[in-house]
Design a protein around this ligand. Structure first.
Ligand code: GLA
Length: 387
């Protein structure tokens, strides 16, 4: 049994669905400071869980039916346990995909009712889907007393995303949601899955997320394409270096020798990943020294790589990063997450936050005709059972 927190902070909408035997879990969204598109290349990432979360209440039923309530959408979905399946584009995938993972492990899942509510902005690249998966995985694990450890729940949540949502994502989002720690970033080695909590002491600095509100439908297909392109780069090098198993093992020299001539596009994709891994390690050194200025400058370099080499940005993200680039109160900024929309992450001096949001909002409205949404993020603990 996990320690229980006070249920007092429960979102009001959820309270109506909570009964005596309900299990309630909370699982946060995530940010990622640096190390983008490196997780599925066995590289490093530096994410953290944030103060915006999904809440799930699970109540056992007497029959073999699953009833799901998406309270924010006002939708209800029912399915007999034996008939669960993925539904393209549906929010139900994030819950049913996890149920399916339990069943695949030979664990019998009886009927239940689940109600879901979240204050993570949807489609903003803050991993609301991973949060729902982890909230579901922990609730089922507690209810069924399966005793699976947190890392197993993370892997099951990731597999749910692959099998039900159709995105061949890496492990970062689910790991960050589950393992997040207040005021720390997680330096995760996605090959060994060893991790270290690095204090993120940002006195006087705020993390500001600027949401383009763009969600390109090509995001998931392009994401899967990037994975394949990285694999192709690895296979070109493996012909000469059989010891290489992922881009983690690849050097710039290998790319120059074996990929550049053959396929310049693949070269650029791989170049970005190889450089990003090195950049992350240096950025961790900056954090250790407390040099946030140097840390922040690397975020801008990452953005350039994501925009020009990896090509997962879009004009709205580029615009927002360009807008803050020469502002001395902004230590660093970049697009964050899978790309093609979502948020930029900005490290901003506290006293300049209001003015920055004001000027960015005005500029973004002129540029795109859309209101900019800005959120402040603080770093909080990961998934927990709250009742
Ligand atoms: C998405 C995926 C993650 C990761 C990022 C890019 O958020 O779910 O696994 O690959 O994109 O860093």
């Amino acid at each position: 049994m996990l320690p229980k927190q006070s249920p007092l902070n429960l979102p009001a909408k959820l309270k109506a669905h909570v009964q005596q035997h309900s299990i309630i879990t909370r699982s946060p969204g995530r940010i990622n400071l640096i190390g983008e598109h490196t997780d599925y290349n066995e590289g490093y990432v530096l994410p953290a869980a944030i103060d915006k979360a999904a809440y799930l209440s699970l109540t056992p039923r007497q029959d073999q039916t699953i009833v799901l309530h998406a309270l924010d959408l006002g939708e209800v979905f029912r399915v007999p346990m034996g008939e669960i399946k993925k539904i393209p584009g549906s929010w139900t995938n994030y819950i049913l995909g996890v149920v399916d993972q339990f069943i695949q492990r030979g664990i019998a899942v009886p009927g239940f009712e689940a109600a879901l509510v979240a204050d993570i902005p949807l489609g903003a690249g803050l991993s609301s889907s991973a949060a729902v998966e982890c909230a579901t995985a922990m609730a089922l694990n507690e209810w069924l007393a399966t005793g699976l450890d947190k890392l197993t729940l993370v892997k099951m949540s990731q597999m749910a995303e692959h099998a039900y949502a159709g995105v061949q994502c890496g492990i970062m989002d689910q790991f960050a949601s589950m393992f997040g720690k207040k005021d720390h970033v997680i330096r995760l080695d996605c090959r060994s899955l060893q991790y270290e909590y690095v204090p993120f002491l940002t006195k006087g600095i705020r993390i500001v997320l600027m949401d383009t509100q763009i969600k390109h439908s090509l995001a998931s297909s392009e994401y899967n394409t990037r994975r394949q392109q990285c694999d192709l780069g690895v296979s070109l090098i493996r012909k000469h270096h059989p010891e290489v198993s992922s881009l983690r093992d690849v050097t710039r020299e290998m790319l120059d020798e074996f990929v550049l001539q053959k396929d310049p596009l693949i070269y650029h994709r791989c170049q970005y990943v190889v450089e990003e891994n090195g950049r992350l390690l240096e950025a961790c050194e900056d954090l250790r020294k407390g040099d946030l200025r140097s840390f922040g400058s690397k975020l801008f370099v990452t953005h350039e790589g994501l925009s020009h080499l990896y090509q997962v940005s879009c004009e709205e993200l580029d615009f927002l990063v360009d807008h803050v680039r020469n502002n001395p109160s902004v230590l660093g900024a970049r697009m964050m997450g899978g790309g093609f929309g979502g948020c930029t992450l900005n490290l901003v001096r506290e006293e300049a936050v209001d003015e920055l949001i004001h000027s960015a909002s005005r500029a973004y409205l002129d540029f795109s005709g859309q209101e900019l949404k800005a959120y402040m993020a603080s770093i909080e603990d990961g998934t927990s059972r709250i009742s």
